[in-house]
Design a protein around this ligand. Structure first.
Ligand code: AOS
Ligand code: ZN
Ligand code: ZN
Length: 388
């Protein structure tokens, strides 16, 4: 099927949240390469995010990480975002960079460390209230490296208690989104390793607790679209952290490593109602651009998501359902593959022009002079995570 006007209306409602940390320098434990022009503070990260939104029309909000994006005047940052045509989105907590968290945070054996971790989350909720953000995203680096190092079950009990205290502090319109990850930085066990564990905690917490699915956080070969289907079916998919991976948590550009996997994931999103306004599913990027340009990396990511979603919308769902009913194995598969192989790019370029946007946002960025200007004006930009 071709892209219809109705499909394009659906795409116009798409909102892809960008992460503030994508605009700073990042790297591996071997080396962080400095990129000229990277932001010196959270205000400049917002500026770069606004540039991505201005060129794509699909990235209206920016996720912050606290304390990386902590500023003295949160109201000023919120106003700055509005002036630039974007808003502040998900607030990500951080209990993995301070020495006290060496053995964990909410699961730590010491009650004093657990208290500090809870207090950090309460401070994040204060930021949410000031910025008007509705989601608190918790990704915990908690885990152990050696069997016997700590009591696995006691750590779950501590986690339950800590999360309950944080959840109780949320305002009625605010949500807690719990991200899982199968390993790293801990290598023997992780306290929230999978969607089952995250979901179990969310169900215990209440209606406003949901699972965050980071596409890079699964063992190789995991059927991620099945997890998407199940969480949507249960009404507990809170957000995506989109990225792609070849090996571990690579945080590469979404759709770069395995475009077909992104198609399959988005097909389940559409099938499960995840695009509906009331679905409560936030589409966020969680990426680092270690060797490529930061802003072009984000533009490419936004375009990859919209392009793959457009292909999903080309799926002839009626024909697919009929083929499935007939038990036509190869026929059904072909209908799905036909959608995947549809070239939607010319129509999307035209659509952007119709919306007053550049047909080719990447080319428009390169021609805009923005990169040259920030390279001139910003000296001493920061490493992702250590700004402000
Ligand atoms: C960590 O692996 C998770 O993906 C986090 O969502 C995120 O990448 C981190 O908090 C940002 O550094
Ligand atoms: Zn993530
Ligand atoms: Zn990750």
């Amino acid at each position: 099927m071709e892209l219809t006007d109705e499909h394009l209306d659906t795409l116009a409602g798409l909102a892809i949240e960008v992460p503030s940390w994508a605009y700073g320098n990042s790297g591996t434990r071997f080396k962080v390469f400095a990129t000229p022009g990277v932001p010196r503070d959270p205000f400049e990260k917002i500026d770069d995010a606004a540039c991505v939104h201005a060129l794509t029309g699909l990235a209206p909000s920016v996720a912050l990480h606290i304390p990386w994006d902590q500023v003295d005047d949160v109201d000023a940052l919120t106003r700055h975002a509005a002036e630039r045509g974007v808003r502040i989105g998900t607030i990500n907590s951080n209990t993995f960079q301070d020495d006290i968290y060496k053995l964990g945070s909410l699961c730590h054996p010491d009650a004093g460390v657990r208290k500090a971790a809870v207090e950090h989350h309460l401070a994040c909720i204060d930021v949410m209230t000031a910025t008007g953000s509705s989601d608190l995203k918790i990704w915990l680096a908690d885990g152990t490296n050696y069997p016997g190092q700590d009591d696995l079950r006691a750590r779950q009990d501590r986690l339950t208690e800590g999360l309950a205290t944080i959840y109780a502090a949320l305002a009625p319109h605010q949500r807690l989104v719990l991200e899982y990850k199968f390993f790293e930085p801990a290598f023997y066990h992780t306290d929230v390793p999978d969607w089952g564990t995250s979901l179990t905690h969310c169900l215990a917490l209440g209606e406003r607790a949901r699972v965050c699915l980071d596409t890079g956080h699964h063992a190789p070969g995991t059927n991620i679209e099945f997890i998407v289907m199940q969480l949507l079916r249960l009404g507990r998919l809170g957000s995506f952290d989109f990225n792609s991976r070849f090996y571990a948590d690579d945080d590469l550009i979404v759709g770069a490593a395995d475009p077909f996997q992104l198609f399959r994931i988005l097909a389940e999103v559409v099938r499960g109602g995840g695009l509906e306004a009331d679905s409560g599913v936030v589409f966020m990027l969680d990426q680092c651009h270690n060797i490529e340009g930061k802003i072009p990396g984000q533009i490419r990511s936004v375009l990859n998501v919209v392009e793959m979603l457009a292909r999903v919308l080309c799926l002839d769902t009626a024909a697919l359902a009929e083929a499935q009913r007939r038990g036509d194995v190869l026929g059904a598969n072909q209908i799905l593959m036909d959608a995947f192989y549809t070239d939607v790019r010319p129509r999307l370029a035209q659509w952007r022009t119709e919306r007053g946007l550049p047909a080719d946002p990447m080319a428009a960025f390169l021609a805009s002079g923005y990169q040259e200007r920030i390279e001139r004006e910003r000296v001493g930009g920061v490493q992702a995570g250590w700004g402000a």
